[in-house]
Design a protein around this ligand. Structure first.
Ligand SMILES: [Cu+2]
Length: 173
């Protein structure tokens, strides 16, 4: 089951055709880990903020033995959430990752992308990815789109765009 789900999650690359398909090398991935403490009272993405070049693949890995996690874009097509990815970019939802499962994604539209973990958004488990140069695109802010607003704890957990730009990678304090 686990290997089949892995194949499904990388299916977009496979469907592109074997001639065009190439599995990225491990060090080509921008890594985002899903972590939790021993008693499950604290969960987070590490790093919580990262800047990458357009087209560099991202890999989320659930390294929390005690929890399932998701990486889900804030987008009206994901549970009617506010739009917090660049206009024209495709939303994603990893679905639930069991411990040691991974999810791969490649983003090519430049801008700021905010995402959350479905079961732990209210614990502040959110993250921010900057692709390329966000100066061309305004940072996401509160919008009227999406019926399900983002809780304050999640908004406060997102690192500032300028901090990510300055440091390249932001880990939780
Ligand atoms: Cu989670």
């Amino acid at each position: 089951m686990q290997s089949r789900r892995h194949i499904l999650r990388t299916g977009a690359g496979l469907l592109a055709g074997l001639a065009a398909f190439r599995l990225p090398l491990a060090d080509e991935f921008a890594e985002i880990r899903m972590l939790g403490n021993a008693d499950g009272s604290d969960v987070w993405f590490d790093p919580v903020g990262i800047r990458i070049k357009p087209g560099r693949p991202i890999r989320w890995t659930n390294l929390d033995p005690g929890n399932s996690h998701t990486a889900t874009a804030y987008h009206p097509r994901n549970f009617d959430r506010p739009l917090r990815i660049p206009r024209g970019a495709e939303p994603w939802n990893s679905d639930y990752l069991l411990p040691n499962e991974t999810f791969h994604l490649t983003l090519t539209v430049e801008g700021v992308y905010d995402f959350y973990c479905i079961p732990h958004e209210h614990a502040g488990m959110v993250g921010r990815i900057i692709v390329g140069d966000p100066a061309k695109f305004p940072a996401p802010g509160p919008t009227s789109q999406g019926a399900e607003p983002i809780p304050e704890i999640a908004l406060h957990a997102l690192p500032a765009v300028d901090e990510i730009m300055r440091r390249g990678m932001v880990r939780r304090a």
